[in-house]
Design a protein around this ligand. Structure first.
Ligand code: SF4
Length: 352
């Protein structure tokens, strides 16, 4: 990988709860290169959204980013910056789109006003110039009749158009990094496909890096060039998208793939393949549920759901092993080829 644009180092986030301290993110290190789309995948409660909110320092007490955590951008550790400096980075260098546009948009202000405000907070721009930028941003994200739309309120727009408005708001200052947290989850399938195509097109044209947070491996197959899988607050596997879909090494990743409709990544990032739904074979489910963050299991945090587990897994936490130069897996099996070879085929990662 080339020099990372954004680098997360040993990120630890805790929440004080009545049931004890929840270690929501527990030692996550992740790099995002300029111009790449990295998919951050996992079930809800695994820590992926908390990781994203930490990058923008949007978490509020009782959440606490633990000392020793670092998030580097432009040669500066964002976690060490004064809040004033951080405000100028939000929106200008790193922007975020959320899952539910209605909660992110102000219902009593016009769309144009809200996008123009983003410009005026960060730049010395007249009202007219900021408004022109807002209209141009709406046009860039494919909103038809952007001048008219700019004068409308959020409730006058469809769900898909509202999500485009959020995208316009995120991109109006040309950020280097876009964090998209489940950006299409609330939309129907057709609108979702249109928005994913738009996101891929914008990423290519603007050359920005995208951290794409999703529970949906289909979305990852459509868009991402690299994938990081989270489970129980930790990264458990990381690989280029083609490699992960062909040779997942962590039993949790294999379980996610087995639980998804037939998928294959595109021929390359943004190639011509994509989602393959309704294929042959029965879907499997990963047994059990994600444990609470106040009580991660001992040893490997996945051991009580893992059909490949043996006694070592309960005792000893696996480190993140290098499978090859671009592929890592946090599983003892990655360092035990003989044990791995003796497993049923469905657990060796060769099923796809
Ligand atoms: Fe399963 Fe053991 Fe690997 Fe954990 S370390 S994923 S329990 S085989």
């Amino acid at each position: 990988m080339t020099e990372p644009l954004l680098s997360i180092r040993d990120l630890r986030v805790t929440f004080a709860t009545d049931g004890g301290v929840a270690r929501a993110v527990d030692g996550v290190s992740l790099d995002l290169a300029a111009g790449e789309i990295l998919g951050l995948v996992g079930e809800s409660g695994c820590g992926k959204s908390v990781t994203a909110m930490s990058v923008l320092r949007l978490l509020r007490p009782p959440a606490r980013i633990e000392p020793g955590s670092e998030i580097w951008l432009d040669g500066r550790d964002l976690l060490a910056l004064p809040e004033r400096a951080m405000r100028s980075i939000r929106g200008r260098r790193i922007a975020m789109v959320f899952q539910e546009p209605m909660t992110a948009l102000n219902p009593v202000l016009t769309i144009g006003h809200q996008i123009a405000e983003v410009v005026r907070v960060h730049e010395r721009a007249s009202r007219g110039a900021a408004r022109a930028r807002a209209v141009a941003a709406l046009e860039q994200v494919g909103v038809p009749d952007p001048d008219l739309r700019a004068r409308q309120y959020p409730h006058q727009l469809s769900g898909g158009t509202r999500q485009r408005v959020l995208l316009a708001m995120a991109l109006v200052l040309h950020p280097a990094v876009l964090i998209a947290d489940e950006p299409t989850t609330a939309l129907d399938v057709t609108v979702q496909a249109e928005l994913l195509a738009l996101l891929a097109d914008l990423q290519r044209r603007l050359g920005m890096a995208v951290l794409l947070i999703t529970h949906d491996l289909g979305v990852v197959a459509e868009l991402a060039s690299r994938v990081a899988v989270m489970y129980a607050g930790q990264l458990v596997e990381e690989a280029p998208v083609q490699e992960l879909f062909a040779r997942a090494r962590h039993p949790y990743t294999q379980g996610l793939l087995e639980a998804a409709p037939r998928l294959a990544p595109r021929d390359g990032p943004h190639g011509s393949g994509g989602r393959h739904g309704g294929g042959a074979g029965r879907l499997r489910v990963i047994p059990g549920t994600v444990p609470p963050a106040t009580a991660w299991p001992s040893g490997c945090r996945f051991h009580d759901r893992c059909s490949a587990a043996w006694d070592r897994c309960e005792r000893e936490a696996p480190p993140s092993h290098a499978v090859d130069a671009s592929h890592r897996a946090r599983c003892h099996l990655a360092a035990e080829p003989e044990r791995r070879a003796a497993l049923p085929v469905a657990l060796t990662g060769s099923v796809r």
